[in-house]
Design a protein around this ligand. Sequence first.
Ligand code: B12
Length: 215
Amino acid sequence: MTGNSILGQISECVVKAESEELVRELTQKAVTEGYAAKDIIDQGLLAGLDTIGGMWTRGDAFIPEVLLSAKIMSAGMEVIRELIVKSGVKPVGKVVIGTVRGDVHDIGKSLVAMLLGSAGFEVTDLGVDVAPERFVQVIKAEKPDLLGMSALLTTTMPGIADTIKAIQKEGLEVVTIIGGAPVTQEYADRIGANGYAPDAVSAVAKAKELLKIKR
Ligand code: B12
């Protein structure tokens, strides 16, 4: 991919954390030029975050810079989210999603939430650092078909298992799907989650498979 393409410019804007205004403008331009939401996300917004994430891992960037890039990326995501909402599709199922207790990583979870939304699910996003009791409370109130849980740290992964235990203890019926960088199918099997997906695109396919949704 060339750095001059619109997607390259979006990526660069995220890496340099230039401005929310610029990322919105560029994202809007990419949409107008006919790029698919998925490509704008993968090759523009996320590509930029990947680059800064790599720089951080190598010691070439610091946490405040990563945070600023994440904020710029979210502004671009918002443009895409608005487009999806406007398309007004009838919900195929209800999903509650959140990042588990002690964990503030929200980019991957928000991406999953957004793609589920674009696939026609009605999504309630509880945000980050969600305690098992809060998940239980919302499941009781909203009676979703599916509960999605995200964890990005090995130290917060047990929050997924704790939430599943709390749900079972309350006798609540909800299909669970889990994900996040350290999460695996093996872990899902071990803690009794119904499904796992490694990325946002396969999360949508998995959600449909688990809920037996054809379209
Ligand atoms: C951005 C980032 C941050 C930002 C988060 C900003 C934000 N608003 O989210 C900030 C700077 C705050 C941060 C903080 C920390 N971070 Co951090 N962070 C990252 C980084 C660079 C990128 C994560 C990310 O957003 N990736 C992009 C998204 C799209 O990918 P994803 O999250 O994996 O999501 C995809 C899949 O996993 C899946 N998925 C995700 N959720 C779900 C849910 C469901 C239901 C399904 C089906 C699928 C699914 O689909 C997603 C989309 O395709 C990673 C490194 C990396 N490359 O992963 C480290 C990383 C996750 N962080 C790490 C660490 C150690 C920390 C800190 C402890 C650092 C510190 N010393 O303070 C803190 C912890 C804060 C806390 N309590 O949570 C480590 C974790 C190590 C580990 N295995 O435990 C990593 C791996 C970096 C590293 N190499 O050391 N971090």
